[in-house]
Every structure is written in structure tokens, then in C-alpha cells.
Design a protein around this ligand. Structure first.
Ligand code: SER
Length: 317
């Protein structure tokens, strides 16, 4: 049985991943690591062990890993792309100094490590359509700089020390539980909240801007499937392209409007978000993930929209 630590358990992905891991491995075997400014709540807090884990505090991580005999760390501590542009030094401190701490603890105590990369690890010089697994990665954002470094450092620890590091390049993640904070792809979450509340949505991303997106259940499955994959079959490690849907703002708007005909949207483009979005791929080629560990998403834009509207309506109305 695995003993897992989730760092960043109160965040957008961490809050749902912790619960899913508890379903897979037993509540008592998954420690929710959080920082005091982002306390755990409700079921997340009550269903299993938790501990204060600040990714910038190496000794603190080591102590928790030792206490709970952790063998697998999901390191989700990071700032999203827009916030990282306003706090580049902090983005580096959390994303890279923090990763260094996690990898060192993993090396000393024999843990496997999952630290997500992102579509943000690509830049304007990357082929934007069907972006290959191995291609140019010259991002212009600090978020992207930290994600490319994450991939390189994780591979370095695997090649040099044999630390079992694995990762995916997440697209924009859409969920109805914990909202994202300060990402370029957040509009694709916010639009559902506006639709369900009966409000007009003002879209910060220009019509025609395609980006890869993914529904949270697929993102969680990808993370766990990859960490469970047979290492003998992995040609790549850090990090796999994964994809399930690619759309531009008008497509998600029309998909919602089919179900809620009164819904309206206008555009007020945010310059920073648009610059970042324009530098990211339109859609990734995820053949390697499919071939090396059986990646196969369950949701497309239609099925995600049906589920998002149903779940949010139950919660918000
Ligand atoms: N969702 C992230 C962001 O927009 C991209 O991985 O910053």
C-alpha cells in the first residue's frame, strides 16, 4: 500500500486529488499537506491525516515524510501564470527552490515524485498545432520558465540519482469544486459560474484563441495513472503532453448557450492574459502518453459542460 503526501492539498487540483487518492489508497494513507494561510476545510480536513507542509521549508517536508513513512509525493505547490507575472521571485521560490527541497527529501528517503508541468512550458516558437512531445520550449512567462525548469530538474534527479520522477503537462483545468486563482485559462471555469448564476459573462480572452483544456476527473486520473504506470514502459518522464479538448471562447459559450439559451457573453480582452494565451499551443499531441501508459480521457466539451452545469446548479441555486 502506498503512503502519499500531497503538498498544496488546499489548492485547485490538490483538494480534489487528495480525496481521489484517499479513495484509491485508503484515507489514513494520504496526508494532506497545507500552509497555514490556506487551511483545509470540511471532508478534506476530516477524512484523513493532515500536516503543515511549506514547500520552501526542507526540514519540515523531511519530518512529515519520515513521520508518515511517505513513499510518493504529489508536489502541487505553485503560482499560476498571471499571479507569477506579478510575483516572479515568489513563483521561482515556490516552484523551483520548493521543488529542489522536495527532490532532495525524495532522494534521501526514497520517494517517487509527481510535480506538474503545463502547456505554459511552451512559447511562441513552439509549433502551436498538434504540439509534439519533444519540441522547442522557450516560454516568455515566469510561469513557463519555472515549468521548463521543473521538467529539467525532475529529469536530472531521475538520471543522476534514480529518483522516480514523473509528470504531465496539464492544460487549463476545469472543475466545480475549488476555483483556480490567477491563471490564464481561468475564464473557462468562470464562464460556468456566470452562466449558472444567470449573469452575463465578460470574457478576458479574445475570440479565436484556442487552448487545451481538461475536466478535473481526467486530470486526476492522468496523475494517478502515470504514477502507477509500469516504469519499464516509460520512454519519457518529465513531462508528458496530455490532451482531451481544445476550444476557443466562442465554442464554450455556444456549448453553454445550447443548454441555457438566455446566457450572454461579451469580450473585454485582458492584455497580459491574451499575450500569455497567444504564446501557448492551440492543441497538444498526446500520442506518447497514450502509447507509454495508456492515457485516454473520458470527457469532451459537451460531456464536461453537461456535468459542470448540473453540479454547479445544485450547489449555487
Ligand atoms: N491553468 C494554468 C494557467 O492558466 C495553465 O496550466 O496558469
Amino acid at each position: 500500500m502506498k503512503h502519499v503526501l500531497v503538498i498544496g492539498a488546499s489548492g485547485q487540483i490538490g483538494s480534489e486529488l487528495t480525496m481521489k487518492l484517499r479513495d484509491c489508497y485508503g484515507n489514513e494513507n494520504v496526508v494532506a499537506g497545507y500552509i497555514p494561510t490556506a487551511e483545509l476545510k470540511g471532508e478534506l480536513k476530516e477524512s484523513g491525516p493532515s500536516a503543515v507542509v511549506d514547500v520552501t521549508d526542507a526540514a519540515g517536508i523531511a519530518a512529515v515524510v519520515r513521520e508518515y513513512q511517505v513513499d510518493t509525493i504529489y508536489n502541487l505547490a505553485a503560482l499560476l501564470s498571471v499571479v507569477a507575472e506579478s510575483k516572479p521571485k515568489l513563483a521561482w521560490k515556490i516552484g523551483i527552490d520548493g521543488l529542489w527541497n522536495v527532490l532532495e527529501v525524495a532522494r534521501e528517503q526514497g520517494c517517487a515524485v509527481f510535480t506538474p508541468s503545463s502547456i505554459g512550458s511552451f512559447g511562441v516558437s513552439t509549433p502551436h498545432v498538434k504540439t509534439p512531445q519533444d519540441t522547442i520550449q522557450r516560454p516568455c512567462s515566469m510561469y513557463g520558465v519555472t515549468k521548463v525548469t521543473t521538467e529539467l530538474l525532475s529529469d536530472y534527479y531521475f538520471n543522476r540519482y534514480g529518483v522516480d520522477t514523473r509528470s504531465v503537462r496539464f492544460p487549463g483545468i476545469i472543475s466545480n469544486v475549488t476555483p483556480p486563482g490567477g491563471g490564464t485559462t481561468d475564464y473557462a471555469v468562470d464562464i460556468y459560474y456566470s452562466a449558472v448564476k444567470g449573469e452575463k459573462f465578460v470574457c478576458p480572452i479574445a475570440r479565436g484563441t484556442f487552448m487545451d483544456m481538461m475536466y478535473m476527473p481526467d486530470a486526476l486520473n492522468a496523475s494517478i495513472m502515470l504514477m502507477e504506470a509500469d516504469p519499464a514502459k516509460l520512454v519519457h518522464r518529465n513531462a508528458f503532453n496530455i490532451a482531451s479538448m481544445s476550444f476557443e471562447p466562442d465554442m464554450i459559450f455556444q456549448t453553454i448557450k445550447k443548454r441555457l439559451p438566455a446566457f450572454e457573453m461579451s469580450y473585454e480582452v485582458d492584455h497580459l492574459k491574451q499575450c500569455i494565451a497567444d504564446s501557448w499551443p492551440d492543441c497538444l499531441d498526446d500520442t506518447c502518453a497514450r502509447e507509454e501508459w495508456g492515457w485516454n480521457p473520458a470527457y469532451d466539451l459537451e460531456s464536461m459542460t453537461t456535468d459542470m452545469l448540473e453540479k454547479l446548479s445544485m450547489r449555487l441555486r
